[in-house]
Design a protein around this ligand. Structure first.
Ligand code: AMP
Ligand code: ZN
Length: 112
């Protein structure tokens, strides 16, 4: 499958992970919109939040544990951050492989 995030997750495209566990990897966004802009993606090609809910609770918990680990290591846990999923055309989603944006490091504007 020709998916750039699958290639990053598998290591076919070289990237420096800022966090990882058995099910997810995290790396800096190539075109950051905030001082901290990290993407967290499932290692598998998951296309939607609905598909992700088919995974065990343990997997879903590990996602939020990883987010917590990343915001601590990036030093934005106390200052605040935003966790975003773009899904579907109205959201402006560009990459089909499900990904969670973590944004922080500056005052963020209103959503939308
Ligand atoms: P979205 O609009 O939610 O689909 O976001 C896709 C994000 O992926 C954008 O913020 C892009 O800057 C980012 N992106 C695309 N290709 C890469 C890449 N090779 N490495 C890191 N981030 C990427
Ligand atoms: Zn993929």
């Amino acid at each position: 499958m020709d998916c750039i995030f699958c290639k990053i997750a598998s290591g076919e495209i070289k990237s420096s992970f800022v966090g990882e566990n058995d099910w997810f990897v995290a790396f800096d966004d190539i075109n950051p919109v905030a001082p901290t802009h990290v993407l967290v993606i499932p290692r598998e090609h998951v296309k939607s939040l609905e598909e992700l809910t088919a995974f065990d609770d343990e997997v879903l918990k590990s996602l939020f544990d990883l987010v917590d680990e990343i915001v601590r290591s990036k030093g934005i846990k106390d200052s605040g951050f935003r966790l975003i999923v773009n899904q579907g055309s109205d959201s402006g989603q560009e990459v089909e492989h499900l990904h969670f944006h973590i944004l922080g490091g500056r005052k963020l504007g209103r959503l939308g």
